[in-house]
Design a protein around this ligand. Structure first.
Ligand SMILES: NC(=O)c1ccc[n+]([C@@H]2O[C@H](COP(=O)([O-])OP(=O)(O)OC[C@H]3O[C@@H](n4cnc5c(N)ncnc54)[C@H](OP(=O)(O)O)[C@@H]3O)[C@@H](O)[C@H]2O)c1
Length: 213
């Protein structure tokens, strides 16, 4: 199966590419410049130019032949203009491009409280508001979707164990474990057309996904 990963050069994106390759998926690593694709090449993925703020037709080409798109892109800068460009308008552009390219399965890496921004940290409210809009567009798209909403991300080592529920109190989770959840979603039909929060926890990723209510 072929998967295109947007934001593949990011900290979570790179974990996602590594896990997908370890499971023998054919991976198109979406990057904004060729130089950012060198690690993906080393992992056996094929870099493709995919800037969500650029020409939507470029995204359609980047998705060509992929059954799955994973969007792990996020604005590097928290100012509202950048966030709206990448996490709102760019994410919507990617959803529309996926529909046009005939993609079946779409996994959106969102953020906890994106479905209730007024409950989230005021410092990241612009990000939550942007993701709230793009997540809602995904839910209403023709795609088979999953919205993964992690708590605050850390760079701790993978544990392979998480806590997953429709809604959780504020918490944290490492990027490596979030990547395992994002990839694990592809093997768990219960996650289709669902959104859920993810924190660090005690339950192995596969079992946590299989226990979604
Ligand atoms: N930080 C947190 O605590 C937190 C919590 C919950 C959810 N999240 C979300 O989780 C996701 C991953 O976060 P992260 O910290 O692992 O990411 P990151 O390391 O900051 O990487 C972001 C990725 O997005 C790419 N990107 C930026 N603008 C883009 C554009 N216009 N088109 C395509 N790609 C673009 C970057 O590409 P370049 O390499 O070219 O810059 C990079 O690959 C983000 O959506 C973030 O909002 C973060």
């Amino acid at each position: 199966m072929q998967v295109t990963v947007l934001g593949s050069s990011g900290r979570t994106g790179m974990h996602i590419v590594r896990l997908l390759r370890a499971m023998d998926y054919s991976v198109r690593a979406g990057v904004r410049s060729r130089q950012r694709g060198e690690e993906a090449v080393r992992l056996g993925a094929l870099p493709v130019i995919a800037d969500v703020a650029a020409d939507p037709e470029e995204l359609v080409q980047a998705f060509d032949g992929s059954q799955v798109v994973i969007n792990a892109a996020g604005a590097g800068d928290p100012d509202p203009a950048s966030v709206n460009l990448v996490d709102r308008d760019g994410a919507i552009s990617a959803i529309r491009a996926a529909e046009k390219a005939g993609v079946q399965r779409y996994v959106q890496l969102s953020a906890q409280f994106a479905d209730s921004p007024d409950q989230g940290d005021r410092l990241v409210r612009s990000i939550l508001l942007a993701k709230q809009i793009s997540d809602s567009i995904l839910r209403r798209s023709s795609l088979n979707w999953t919205v993964v909403r992690p708590g605050t991300l850390t760079d701790h080592q993978a544990t392979g164990r998480v806590k997953i529920a429709g809604h959780l109190e504020a918490g944290r989770v490492c990027r490596a474990d979030v990547a395992a959840v994002v990839v694990g979603v592809l093997d768990e039909p219960l996650t289709e057309n669902r959104g859920f929060d993810v924190h660090s926890g005690d339950v192995p990723v596969g079992a946590a996904l299989a226990a979604l209510e």
